[in-house]
Write a protein that binds this ligand. Sequence first.
Ligand code: SF4
Ligand code: SF4
Length: 373
Amino acid sequence: MFDSRKVRRQFEEECTACGLCVECCPIVSHTELKGADSKKIMEEILDLFQHKKIGSLARTRIYSCLYCNTCTTHCPKALYPPHGFFVGKAILQELGDPVPKGISSILKFVGGLIENAVTSFRQDPEKSDCLITDVIKRRAETCQTVLFSSCFALIEGKVLNTTVKILQRIDPALKVLGGFNYCCGELHLIAGRPEQAKIQFDKMIEGLNTLSPEHVVIFCPTCNMNFEGHHPDAKWKRTFITDFIAGHLDKIGPLNRVEATVTVHDPCHFVRGVKPGSESPREILSAIPGVKIVEMENTGKNALSCGAYALNGAVKAGLEFRDRRLNQAKATGADILSLYCPGCHMVLGPEGPNKSLRIESILSLLGESLGIR
Ligand code: SF4
Ligand code: SF4
């Protein structure tokens, strides 16, 4: 998993502060960095790494990053700027720099309030047929397929339940692992705790290994990207949820008509991840009779971020991104903005009705077509 010492060393030794990662960065013009010298911004980042000197340009750059992966192909030194900024958050916190409100809230989640969080989302893993959040407590049984549901899935409980029912048509003995106890470590990275992220990632792999599955299906594009980037030494095969379902459409039952004009929001971590994703989300939608897909501006590998990561540390910029994306969806004339990332759903979902847009997971639409709601 994420090796913060290595990332820090690489930035200190190899970053030349050329500023190319700033010039291609879509969030810059939405923040106080607008108009600033791109080289100066990155020199401040290096000053923080090398001399523990805090500058306002560096702080804004670190906390406003959308983790959209646009810059990751632009660095001439093959560095990964958003990872550098996770380490930057840790350095700022070590130096006692004030932590933005959004990050403080995440720190509460990752700092031991996990049980409360689970309770607040009204999930009762002990009473569920297949939802396992603690493999040690439940004494895991070996199984063929495991859905790794991610931590965000608890927030999108209805989508998760529909997904489980769809997957049970492919493997009735499906098991589910996830929840905050089995987060992939991303929440710790966002909070500026890269060392703990590594511990969390290893715990998640250990949990999955305990189930000895043949196949692990990943629900969240960010978890999928983390698996892809950190190559766990595991015996099981791993597939992203839309790829898995698109490959088993013949096994899930007849699809009924859903009359809807749908546009698709692609998540950054699927279309610009370590291994960019496929067409499977659109394959699923195209298989539903009655669904008409209309594409919005900035689609596929050019998709705009929903603003989620910036909302934690640069709220105004994050909200501007969220609204830009919703306006692009509205401009297509679609009734439904469909998505397949629980994080994007959490950001875009509550605001959709204000733009007269129904926000639905592709998996919920598939469930509707199968009579599962
Ligand atoms: S990952 Fe962060 S720094 Fe890189 S382009 Fe996206 S917002 Fe900018
Ligand atoms: S593009 Fe790479 S080398 Fe240039 S400033 Fe950004 S991280 Fe440093």
